[in-house]
Design a protein around this ligand. Structure first.
Ligand SMILES: Cc1cc2nc3c(=O)[nH]c(=O)nc-3n(C[C@H](O)[C@H](O)[C@H](O)COP(=O)(O)OP(=O)(O)OC[C@H]3O[C@@H](n4cnc5c(N)ncnc54)[C@H](O)[C@@H]3O)c2cc1C
Length: 379
């Protein structure tokens, strides 16, 4: 069996120094930002806040300067993410773009699309959505049917994507589509395109989630024309590219820090003399500490240019389990005694409804466990 090496270690002084700066920034810019909004965590957004982060140099922190980046370390970036997530900052406007679209474009379109688009991501100006899942293709992404066919000067795309978070707010989508018929190698014949959401032929229909919010969409492509230069990487290379993109998507601390506002509310409401509360909240804190150590280890691997997919999958799987348990702990400790519409009640209600999705988005629990088993040499 393959060894699982996790080497966490402390954060370097420059990363810790940055923490104070980020805390001062959020104290200034998010004063009075209500818990009702903070609980949405990285699902809530404000384009102006994203632009302010861009002005501070806190987007694209690790990217080369020629792409508008700041050439700082992934551990410094980790501290910024951690602080923003811990206070439930409204970051969704830039989140997908900064986490995965920018890195994907720099890797696979460094001379064509990246110089034009990526500096705008680093300035917090543009929002991206992910066009992977389809009505009959979620976990089995290789079974997608949305199809691009050659046209004069580019491609025409027809098909349907579903569960597309933020499509109604996004400027661009990176879509995985089929450019050749399915062959025996089911991972062949797929490609990725950068698509401007204002292109004629898109229909975006809202899907209301169980929290009652409009986040997801169904997106229909009806002869959407995409110029040749917006093909990302090589035609037919979409599968390898999308696997790399999913590694960016799964590697961040948002995968265990989405229920934090409820833990903070519990801490505020807790009675220090109540041993049952102390044990329950202490147990959550210990789980957070272990996941954080592993998440720091993921960032160290990224910094060394190593593939963090195995540990990142463990953090996401275990992080979702922790986050999904937190509303139950809150109900157990405080249920029946919570003041209606108090901030504790707001956080409990929102997260009770939101957490089931945490083990679906970005890859389901079963899929991640398959990746973990493969990484450990068990399958
Ligand atoms: C909050 C949220 C946001 C999302 N945002 C986006 C987005 O922006 N863009 C996008 O493209 N998609 C998005 N998705 C879709 C998400 O990626 C899919 O829901 C996910 O990949 C699962 O696909 P599915 O829903 O088709 O479920 P299915 O693949 O049908 O799975 C159903 C169940 O079967 C299990 N299962 C499936 N295959 C196997 C297997 N081989 N072995 C064992 N068990 C298996 C799954 O684990 C799951 O429990 C989002 C989903 C959520 C919940």
């Amino acid at each position: 069996m393959q060894a699982l090496n996790i080497s966490p270690g402390a954060l370097p002084p420059e990363a810790e120094a940055l923490r104070a700066e980020v805390r001062a920034f959020v104290a200034e810019h998010l004063a009075g930002f209500p818990v009702r909004e903070r609980v949405r965590n990285w699902q809530g957004g404000d384009p102006a806040f994203s632009r302010r982060l861009g002005e501070r140099g806190w987007l694209g922190m690790t990217w080369p300067r020629r792409f508008g980046g700041h050439e700082r370390s992934s551990l410094e970036r980790f501290v910024v993410l951690e602080e923003l997530l811990a206070c439930g900052a409204p970051v969704v406007h830039h989140w997908v773009a900064e986490r995965q679209s920018g890195p994907l474009l720099m890797r696979y379109a460094p001379d064509t699309l990246a110089p034009e688009i990526v500096p705008r991501i680093a300035r917090g100006e543009v929002s991206f959505c992910i066009g992977m899942s389809e009505p009959d293709s979620g976990s089995d992404l290789a079974s997608i049917r949305t199809r691009a066919t050659r046209a004069d000067g580019g491609w025409r795309i027809n098909g349907r994507k579903v569960w597309t978070s933020g499509a109604h707010r996004a400027d661009y989508m990176i879509a995985l589509v089929r450019t050749r018929d399915r062959s025996e190698d089911r991972h062949a014949g797929m490609s990725q395109f950068l698509i401007d959401m204002k292109t004629p032929g898109f229909t975006i229909r809202p899907i209301i989630n169980q929290v009652g919010e409009h986040d997801f969409n169904e997106v229909t492509f009806d002869d959407v024309f995409v110029p040749e230069r917006q093909l990302i990487g090589v035609e037919g290379g979409g599968w390898q590219q999308v696997v790399a993109e999913l590694a960016f998507e799964r590697a961040g601390p948002e995968r265990f820090l989405s229920s934090t506002q409820l833990v903070l509310e519990m801490l505020d409401a807790a009675d220090p003399a109540d041993p049952r509360q102390a044990v329950a909240i202490g147990r959550l804190t210990a789980q957070y500490a272990a996941l954080r150590q592993m998440s720091v280890a993921v960032q160290r691997m990224v910094a060394r240019g190593e593939d963090p997919a195995l540990i990142a999958s463990i953090v996401k799987d275990q992080g979702a389990l922790l986050e999904q348990s937190i509303p139950d702990v809150a109900h157990d400790l405080f249920g029946g005694r919570v003041e209606p519409d108090s901030t504790l009640e707001q956080a409990m209600t929102y997260l009770t409804l939101a957490v089931p999705s945490f083990s679906l988005r970005g890859g389901t629990r079963e899929i991640l466990r398959g990746i973990i088993a493969r990484g450990l040499g068990l399958r």
